[in-house]
Ligand binder design. Structure first.
Ligand SMILES: Cc1cc2nc3c(=O)[nH]c(=O)nc-3n(C[C@H](O)[C@H](O)[C@H](O)COP(=O)(O)OP(=O)(O)OC[C@H]3O[C@@H](n4cnc5c(N)ncnc54)[C@H](O)[C@@H]3O)c2cc1C
Length: 331
């Protein structure tokens, strides 16, 4: 009988341990996370209880073998108490490392380190309650871009559009380097979010890329049976958040605002509107036609003051050097 150390109790480490234990060896399994299962525990979408419980049952059976010893919450790392050298001191016959793909892949874009830019893996860990990600800030705004077009994108969009208890998403934009025929998600998964698809925007987007699709012999009329069965169903206009796609698109940079939080870049029209608002704000302040409400300054057109065609809700950013403005309603 030999002793084998296995590091990592995801599906790979667990099934390796199972084979070794069944062969009669003593197996000691070290895992960074408290619970075994790796991404099968912390990657699978939270409401897929049936799948999760089926896997947990299998893992529980593996771990119940008397010659298999599970040690959770034990990261093996050169900067932690238990290093590979420490494990080698115990002279196991073999040391198996099955720690999964833990790194995050960077896109190498300017602004990628801005606040509000998250790796999908970390975001998934957060909503699947894996410490320390579970207690870290993964807040999002009203508009969220997801780069990529596979099942993980669908899971994240589903969370943002449906299950997030703090849901404030009004629009999810899927940024896909490839075209609509190369969508990699399963139809069954997409069913969960298809009701949010902005059909008009989707048709406009197909029109935009039609030339490229034609040039490689892809026929848009076949898209329904290929990757987007939702197109074959009668279009429904459901109120609420929207799901949009931007095909054949690669992000070039990520823009951040004054607090280094990711934000939509200022376009010229918006900048001009902002300058106009500055002037109107200055005039309104001079004439006393303003009020402060919960951190917002609101300018209202009042009798005798005919400076504004619109009523603006004006937001001063923290540095006070830029104004965001949004017409509230026409007066
Ligand atoms: C978001 C997401 C969703 C997915 N959903 C599905 C799905 O629905 N169905 C499906 O079949 N596949 C899915 N996959 C793929 C599947 O989860 C992986 O292929 C599988 O989990 C890989 O198994 P693994 O054991 O190699 O690694 P992992 O599952 O990553 O397990 C690695 C284990 O090693 C431990 N570990 C890491 N570092 C250390 C260390 N230094 N010391 C000790 N222990 C360590 C971790 O705690 C973890 O338990 C998904 C993947 C992702 C990213």
């Amino acid at each position: 009988m030999k002793t084998v150390f296995v590091v990592g109790a995801g599906p790979a480490g667990l099934y390796a341990s199972n084979k070794l234990a069944q062969a009669g060896h003593q197996v000691v399994l070290f895992n960074r996370d408290l619970k075994p299962g790796g991404l099968a525990e912390y990657g699978i979408y939270p409401v897929k209880e049936k799948m999760k419980s089926g896997l947990r049952k299998q893992f529980g059976k593996i771990l119940s073998q008397p010659n298999l010893h599970y040690l959770g919450n034990v990261p093996v790392s050169k900067d932690r108490a238990v290093t590979l050298d420490v494990l080698r001191e115990f002279a196991p016959t073999a040391l198996v490392c099955a720690v999964g793909a833990q790194g995050t892949k960077k896109l190498g874009l300017e602004g990628e380190d801005s606040l509000g830019v998250y790796s999908a893996k970390d975001f998934v860990y957060h909503y699947n309650l894996l410490p320390p990600f579970s207690s870290q800030d993964f807040s999002t705004g009203k508009r969220v871009a997801i780069v990529g077009m596979g099942n993980v994108m669908v899971d994240i969009a589903r969370w943002l559009l449906i299950d997030d208890p703090d849901r404030k998403t009004e629009e999810v934009i899927v940024v896909a380097r490839r075209g609509p025929f190369e969508a990699k998600f399963d139809h069954k998964e997409f069913d969960h979010i298809e009701m949010f698809l902005d059909c008009k925007a989707f048709q406009d987007e197909l029109e935009r890329v039609k030339g490229n699709l034609d040039s490689v012999g892809q026929d848009i009329s076949k898209l329904g049976e290929a990757t987007f069965p939702v197109l074959a169903k009668p279009a429904q206009e459901t109120p609420g958040p929207r799901l949009r796609f931007s095909f054949l698109t690669s992000p070039q940079a990520i823009h951040a605002g004054a607090e280094n939080f990711v934000q939509k870049p200022w376009d010229n029209a918006r900048l001009l509107a902002s300058v106009r608002t500055h002037i109107e704000l200055a005039r309104a302040l001079r004439r006393g036609a303003w009020q402060v409400q919960a951190g917002r300054i609101e300018i209202r057109q009042r009798a005798g003051i005919r400076l504004h065609r619109h009523c603006f809700r004006v937001r001063l950013d923290l540095h006070g050097d830029r104004l965001g403005q949004q017409p509230v309603h026409n007066l």
